[in-house]
Design a binder for this molecule. Structure first.
Ligand code: HEM
Length: 410
């Protein structure tokens, strides 16, 4: 671990008489332990996180925010809802920005949309979306797995929410702009992109309100009429929920697709196993294990509500903390060799979808989407292969996985 403490050096020129006590020096901010967006991370994010986990598992960045890298610390923080609050943003984030009773109320509402029964009913529609998309590929021919994942995510989520297909290109453009704005760290640009998305959602909501009883019978209309704590949801709450279900998660599905198809191209024996007609359960366990090894959903934020000691470091109340899932999922203390592929053995400790009260409510939906798309690609091809002619590009923080994942289908 780097030394982050101020030294006890006496400033040159200070003269102390024997026995005198040095006047207290102004303590400057200690040096940061790492730079979360520095050249080392940009060169190879996953190995940079591996390095931090072994060198400095609780690390302070230049902004003052902490990152937890070990499986044990990330798990403990995610389960300690008292000391680690989710109220990290000044923007309304339903339900992830809430704690305690408010979180429980809204989380109960959200969970009703993701029950196993509903997801089983939705599965055939998602499979149709996947089959139709894949039928348009040239085989043999090149694909970019992240682009495929993005288009599929938009179509699958639109089918689920009842959104019109002619929104597809606008949503894809929005995803690209959102990604670029996040990377730029330009607050004004990010706000503009966020407002554009809110406008899309508000126009869908308004159309349904105007239609009254003639509004389509779909998830978006259901949400408009839903109630929490005996009252209707406000427009801001509806927009926040839908933003959460689409804005963030379309990108996650795209990144997950990039990681999964690339891994299958690089590991033909795993691809062969999936082609051999495994059960849904084994198929899902294999996808989860691929995502554990290279988790593109890098981190979530917390804020401490009281002083806490983590991994021997003292965090004051009010400190910003990142739980780095990508690193925790590769911790040798938990998984031995992080790259060793063991879907069933590692499943109980896999943190791809989080842990604790904020654990991902969309997990069943995400896995059914990823299963449907991967199956459709396997069924339409004899092989998914790397494309040595076109370079892969790693995505940069705050996301993981690939920005470009060129592959060849045969
Ligand atoms: C595609 C892969 C996905 C991954 C890897 C993923 C991962 C996660 C993780 C790690 C968390 C925990 C956050 C925390 O502890 O702060 C989370 C929360 C959440 N996810 Fe997902 N997610 C995915 C897809 C989805 C989908 C498809 C939806 C909904 C359509 C969704 C909705 C949510 C919501 C609403 C929360 C916040 C829950 C709360 O705070 O109670 N996710 N997700």
């Amino acid at each position: 671990m780097t030394n982050h403490m101020p030294t006890d050096e006496v400033t040159p020129g200070t003269r102390l008489s024997p026995g005198a006590v040095a006047p207290p020096k102004a303590i400057k901010d200690p040096l940061p332990d790492w730079n979360p967006r520095g050249p080392r991370v940009r060169r190879d994010p996953v190995s940079a996180y591996d390095e931090m986990r072994s060198r400095c598992p609780v690390a302070r960045g230049a902004s003052g925010a902490w990152t937890l890298f070990s499986h044990a610390d990330v798990t403990a923080a995610a389960l300690d809802h008292q000391a680690f609050s989710n109220a990290v943003s000044r923007h309304l984030q339903v339900p992830n920005g809430f704690d305690e009773a408010t979180h429980t109320e809204f989380r109960a509402l959200v969970d009703r949309y993701f029950t196993r029964k509903r997801m089983t009913a939705l599965e055939p529609a998602v499979q149709r979306v996947a089959a139709e998309l894949v039928s348009q590929f040239d085989v043999p021919g090149p694909i970019d797995a992240v682009e495929v994942g993005a288009r599929f995510a938009v179509r699958a989520q639109s089918a689920w929410l009842g959104w019109p297909t002619d929104l597809e290109d606008e949503l894809l453009q929005w995803m690209a702009d959102n990604h670029a704005a996040t990377r730029s760290r330009d607050g004004a640009r990010t706000a503009e992109v966020a407002q554009r998305f809110d406008a899309i959602i508000r126009s869908l909501i308004n159309a349904r309100r105007e239609a009254g009883d003639a509004a389509p019978d779909d998830v978006t209309t259901e949400l408009l009429r839903d109630r929490v704590n005996g009252r209707e949801l406000t427009d801001e709450e509806i927009v926040s929920i839908l933003r959460n279900w689409t804005g963030g998660d379309l990108g996650s599905i795209a990144l997950c697709t990039g990681v999964i198809l690339t891994y299958l191209a690089d590991h033909p024996h795993v691809q062969a196993r999936l082609r051999s007609g495994v059960s849904d359960r084994e198929f899902t366990a294999i996808l989860d294990e691929i995502l554990r090894i290279d988790d593109p959903f890098v981190a979530n934020r917390r804020i401490t509500t009281e002083p806490v000691t983590v991994g021997g470091r003292e965090l004051a109340a009010g400190e910003r903390v990142f739980l780095n899932w990508t690193s925790a999922n590769r911790d040798p203390q938990m998984f031995g060799d992080p790259d060793a592929f063991d879907p069933l053995g590692n499943a109980p400790y896999n943190l791809v979808y989080g842990i604790g009260k904020h654990v991902c409510p969309g997990r069943l939906l995400a896995t059914l989407e990823l299963r449907a798309l991967t199956r459709a690609v396997l069924e339409t091809t004899a092989a998914i292969e790397p494309d040595p002619g076109r370079p892969r590009q790693r995505a940069l923080p705050p996301v993981g996985g690939f920005a470009a994942a060129p592959l060849r289908l045969r």
